[in-house]
Design a protein around this ligand. Structure first.
Ligand code: MG
Ligand code: MG
Length: 624
């Protein structure tokens, strides 16, 4: 698959954008007109630079408001087009995007449109240019890709074809299956963009909220599957208008973009394999025994299953005293120090917490790393690296477990660990001489981990965990807090063994204390007993206001004894059709706090109705 990206996706100057695209490994780019118009580089300079960088200049765009106009306007439009065709010759480019008219069209007649597009195609032919005509979702008369293609067929000129843009097609919910009926010679270009499902006017949605594939909710693998079945072999190019990407670091965004295409390529191949049975007769494919072959070759990636569970969570701190105290009060046992590193291991049942003092000078306690159980750490690591995840190197001594590590977009280190059926971890023998402690009677596992994401890396994080770790994004929620609305995105495995909550932290103002924190939640079998034991050990619970319990009683009509227990122990409660959820929080140390939860029945949530209470109490304790 030939990869491409429109310069409008990125921040910076044209030169910076082109360099970043080359570093990220794109085959080609679309030159967005405004990037050229505002550039000090001459068209010849751009052409030379692209050649030096090994980048194809695949599409010049956009040319707007051409068709369906009065004769006077048509004359002006053809003059304007000819100037662009001459410019393209200096750039060494041969394909231009012409969007369906949104502003100046006054004649709603296919015969007129076809006649005018024929004139454009003729002129383009004189200049060796191909015109890719695209239906914009908000086009005045042409807003449907099948309509655009009908016009291309009516004109029937070798220099006129169509451009398929996933946003314009999927935002209008057009059926994508008819793409397969399009003559592949007439598909001059394919643009892909994802988007969250929003109900707003489609123009604003398109201009501000497009995201890279895998970061939104569009069925892009299916869209691409139909494109591939049609027999298309040209560039698959990202055209993503996004307010955040346009102000983020250009090289980083280009890598995020490239990751999205690598992932989409794999997902498209998977869709084709899964839907081989319903491929139409006469598709341009030579049928193999198991897999049809199409003219476009799709690369695949090392295959991974979703992780089987958390292997460990790691907290980094310079002064570890408060963390040790909290874990001890919760019922964790100290298993000892690592034999060669300044690292401690604490466990409760199968929940393992590492406290890392290395390289933590003056660092307030924070969540630094997560370990996931995978079938094969090497395969999982190879996959992540092919998806351009940065590798994390950890020093190991001979005969110590070598962890395959990658860095997540918020720089949390992700370790891919060998899972074991009994939930133990081979590396724990590297720790020793812990305190004698009565083994806690309570079993526990890491239930979920909640990480605060910097606003400019939030979408990137969703794609990272989707593509590299095979976690499924769930519909996002918005939680009110005193410092702003917190966007909360759950990423989880189908069986719920791994649950990661990504929270988009409100922007911190000035030197205000850090108002957003991260936490690790542990699931136990008997939360009330765990809470009582923790209280007896002197745990500092997050104090829940009395108003909360009155509201809880009003909503759920709880037994008085049970309500009294919740109130006495600062426990929070939720219930839905699947079951019940009890939980409590500790006070915060640095930017970390812990949560203990008990899931009853098949409750699958996170106590979302209680999150605003937690945010408000934490805010209050910081500003007291
Ligand atoms: Mg487009
Ligand atoms: Mg939680």
């Amino acid at each position: 698959m030939r990869t491409g990206i429109a310069t409008v996706c990125l921040s910076g100057t044209l030169k910076e954008k082109m360099q970043a695209c080359a570093i990220a490994g794109f085959d080609g780019i679309e030159i967005f007109e405004q990037d050229l118009v505002t550039s000090p580089l001459s068209p010849e300079n751009v052409r030379t630079m692209a050649a030096d960088l090994g980048l194809g200049l695949d599409l010049y765009q956009p040319f707007r408001d051409f068709d369906g106009v009065t004769p006077d306007l048509l004359k002006a439009n053809l003059r304007r087009a000819e100037a662009k065709f001459k410019l393209m010759s200096r750039l060494g480019m041969d394909t231009i995007l012409v969007c369906s008219n949104v502003a100046t069209a006054t004649i709603d007649d296919d015969a007129v449109r076809a006649e005018q597009l024929a004139q454009l195609a003729g002129l383009a032919g004189d200049h060796g240019v191909k015109v890719a005509y695209e239906a914009l979702a908000w086009g005045k008369y042409v807003n449907d890709y099948e309509h655009a293609y009908r016009l291309v067929e009516m004109v029937d000129h070798p220099n006129l074809g169509t451009c398929l843009d996933s946003f314009h097609i999927l935002s209008r919910d057009w059926d994508t299956a008819p793409i397969e009926q399009i003559n592949p010679e007439k598909i001059f270009f394919v643009q892909v963009a994802d988007a969250p499902k929003l109900s707003m006017d489609v123009l604003s949605w398109s201009r501000h909220y497009r995201v890279f594939p895998g970061e939104g909710q569009f069925a892009l693998a299916k869209f691409m599957g139909h494109v591939v079945r049609a027999g298309y072999t040209g560039p698959v190019s990202l055209e993503v208008f996004n307010d955040v990407f346009r102000q983020s670091d250009v090289e980083r965004t280009a890598v995020d973009a490239m990751r999205s295409l690598i992932w989409l390529e794999e997902q498209s191949a998977k869709w084709l394999a899964d839907n081989a049975g319903n491929a139409p007769e006469g598709a341009p494919a030579a049928g193999g025994a198991h897999r049809r072959r199409y003219p476009m070759e799709l690369a695949t990636l090392p295959k991974v299953n979703e992780p089987a569970g958390f292997n460990f969570a790691e907290v980094k701190a310079d002064d570890t005293a408060q963390l040790e105290k909290l874990l001890g009060q919760l019922g964790f046992g100290f298993e000892g120090r690592h034999r060669t590193k300044d690292v401690q291991l604490w466990t409760m049942g199968q929940a393992r917490v590492i406290i890392n003092e290395q390289a933590a000078q003056h660092a307030e306690p924070c969540i630094a790393a997560l370990g996931f159980d995978v079938d094969s750490p090497v395969i999982a690591s190879a996959r992540a690296q092919q998806l351009k995840a940065p590798v994390v190197a950890r020093k190991v001594q001979a005969d110590e477990e070598v962890f395959q590590g990658i860095s997540a977009p918020d720089s949390t280190e992700i370790f891919l660990c060998q899972g074991s059926p009994d939930g133990t971890a081979a590396w724990t023998h590297e720790f020793g001489e812990g305190l004698e402690h009565a083994r806690s009677a309570h079993n526990a596992v890491i239930d979920h981990v909640n990480l605060a994401q910097p606003w400019q890396h939030f979408d990137e994080a969703v794609l990272f965990y989707t593509s590299a770790l095979a976690l499924e994004p769930q519909p996002f929620a918005e939680v009110p807090s005193p410092s702003g609305l917190v966007r909360s995105q759950v990423m989880e495995t189908a069986d719920g063994a791994v649950r990661l909550v990504l929270n988009l932290a409100p922007v911190q103002q000035g030197h205000a204390p850090k108002t957003y924190q991260e936490h690790i939640a542990f699931a136990v079998d008997d939360l009330v007993a765990t809470a009582r034991a923790a209280r007896d050990r002197g745990l500092d619970f997050l104090q829940i206001p009395a108003n909360y319990y009155e509201d809880l009683d009003a909503r759920f009509d709880l037994a008085p004894d049970f309500l009294a227990t919740l109130r006495e122990l600062n426990l929070l409660y939720d219930r839905d059709a699947d079951g019940e959820f009890l939980h409590f929080y500790t006070a915060t140390v640095g930017s970390v706090f812990f949560e203990m939860v008990e899931r009853r029945g098949s409750y699958n949530g996170y106590g979302a109705p209680n999150a605003p209470v937690r945010h408000a109490v934490q805010y209050d304790s910081l500003h007291r």
